[in-house]
Design a protein around this ligand. Structure first.
Ligand code: AHR
Length: 491
């Protein structure tokens, strides 16, 4: 048992935690959309307008705040007009990035917006800068948001949607340093400035425009973008960082089989996002000291070798208790950086990479990662408060701090989330809570042997459970088992 002391000062309010930090990402990739979220109106699987009811319900439960679509790399090959109108007349294309499969465009703008309405989340559209045109992106915004009287708004009405949708988040390109056009930063930023100029605010809708930011530790990209960005018209720049356990993209390691060393290496690589955010933030602070531009971590999560026997282009992977620890560490880090990080989107929501949900025919499984989002959901719209802890270290080849934590206050209730990354030792937490009147604490925990996963024949192996904690004279004590994630409600 390792002893850890913590101190929370609730009077020290650091920043607002945007709900969008708990956001997600859906791409036309593998079985994320088709045979995942979208099964079609004629499916025997219970659905609303072709969208699985069990997925809608699961996303509503975690208060999913924002969903990014249609990519990813797919976004820079997507031509939105192919995905509107009568389904039988929609143009087919080849999804060149993801398995070379045929895409029939039966899930397009109307279907995505309907999905967001059913879930109750904000849509985040990733526009095509890589292979699209300025006219195309500008007409897409007009189609979605302009009330009436223009060619695009009339076309939308003809296609069955009288009222415009509200669209806040608009990305201008995706990974334009890579799959989105292999551009140099100077070239991209000029393109960005031009494209975004023609994405207008119509009918009271106000766009939150997001420029393509860096890949992982590419600080030069951030510097170039921040220096040349038209800051009066831009609200965010993106950051992409994936946890690859081995650090080798050609042999990343599997989702299910890993030894203790690879586990700790996974955690160390996850925690590195803290350094990345800190350094990108330092650059952003120089160009934007008033914090008007958000850092949008719109792709993050574990990326493993695909499950044996599945299409390598579909990026399907299982999800264990290791992923739960990774998710908890990331979310605590995002909370702690919430002054600058205003949105984050886990890749990806269903059947791809570190998914919340896996499906097989009519069966559906909530992964350990899903349950972490459930445990952390009360941080959404909370105020981050000062939370300090001593720490202990675990791991042999790579040493990692065992405790990850963050605390917030909302409506007089404090939420404290913890992860014990150690596979060997439980942690005895003693937390001094100051500046906050409280007399009750209750907790929910997610814990299991690190390889444990939820599968179609056993969907509830890893699920949250009530857990005893003690609160006496403003001191909270809790025993955090090895390999666990806990959410404590204090009031
Ligand atoms: O999430 C899978 C892919 O990873 C996305 O399409 C791309 O943006 C990133 O490289």
């Amino acid at each position: 048992m390792k002893k850890i002391s913590m101190l929370i000062n609730a009077q020290d309010r650091i920043s607002h935690i945007s709900p969008e930090i708990y956001g997600h990402f859906s791409e036309h990739l593998g079985r994320c959309i088709y045979n995942g979220i979208y099964v079609g109106e004629d499916s025997s699987i219970p659905n609303t307008d072709g969208i699985r009811n069990d997925i809608i319900e699961a996303f509503r439960n975690i208060k999913l705040p924002v969903l990014r679509w249609p990519g990813g790399c797919f976004a820079d090959e997507y031509h939105w007009k192919d995905g509107i109108g009568e389904k039988s007349g929609r143009k087919k294309m080849i999804n060149t990035n993801w398995g070379g499969v045929s895409e029939d465009n039966s899930f397009g703008t109307h279907e995505f917006m309907r999905f967001c309405e059913l879930v109750g989340c904000e849509p985040y559209i990733a526009g095509n800068l890589g292979s699209g045109t300025i006219t195309e992106i500008s007409e897409w915004v007009e189609y979605m948001t302009l009330e009436g009287g223009s060619p695009m708004s009339e076309l939308r009405k003809k296609n069955g949607r009288e009222k415009p949708w509200r669209l806040k988040y608009l990305g201008i390109g995706n990974e334009n340093w890579g799959c989105g056009g292999n551009m140099r930063s100077d070239y991209y930023i000029d393109q960005y400035r031009q494209y975004q100029s023609f994405c207008k605010n119509y009918s009271g809708n106000e766009l939150y425009k997001i420029a393509c930011g860096p890949n992982s530790g590419d600080y030069n990209w951030t510097e170039a973008i921040m220096k040349n960005l038209n800051k009066d018209q831009t609200k965010g720049i993106s950051l992409h960082y994936y946890t690859v356990p081995t650090g080798d993209w050609n042999k990343k390691g599997g989702a299910r089989e890993f030894d203790t060393d690879l586990y700790y290496s996974t955690i160390a690589k996850t925690l590195y996002i803290d350094t990345l955010i800190t350094r990108h933030t330092e650059i952003m602070n120089r160009y934007d000291p008033d914090n008007n531009i958000g850092l949008i971590v719109d792709e993050w999560g574990c990326w493993y070798d695909v499950e044996e026997g599945t299409n390598p282009g579909f990026l399907y992977q299982q999800n264990t208790m290791r992923d739960a620890i990774v998710a908890a560490c990331n979310l605590n880090i995002f909370n702690r950086h919430s002054k600058r990080v205003t949105m984050a989107n886990l890749a990806q929501a269903v059947n791809v990479l570190q998914s919340l949900i896996l499906t097989e025919g009519e069966k559906m499984v909530k992964t350990p990662t899903y349950h972490v989002f459930d445990l952390f959901k009360e941080h959404q719209n909370g105020e981050l408060v000062y939370c300090f802890s001593t720490n202990e270290y675990a791991g042999d080849k790579e040493k990692v701090p065992i405790l990850s934590s963050s605390a917030s206050v909302k409506d007089g209730v404090m939420t404290l989330t913890l992860a014990n990354c150690s596979l060997e030792d439980s942690a005895e937490i003693s937390c001094d809570i100051r500046g906050f009147e409280c007399s009750e604490a209750s907790a929910r925990i997610l814990t299991a042997e690190v390889h444990t996963l939820n599968d179609f024949d056993a969907p509830d192996r890893v699920v949250p459970a009530e857990y005893p904690v003690k609160l006496e004279n403003g001191v909270l004590t809790a025993e955090l088992p090895a390999c666990s994630v806990m959410s404590i409600t204090i009031k």
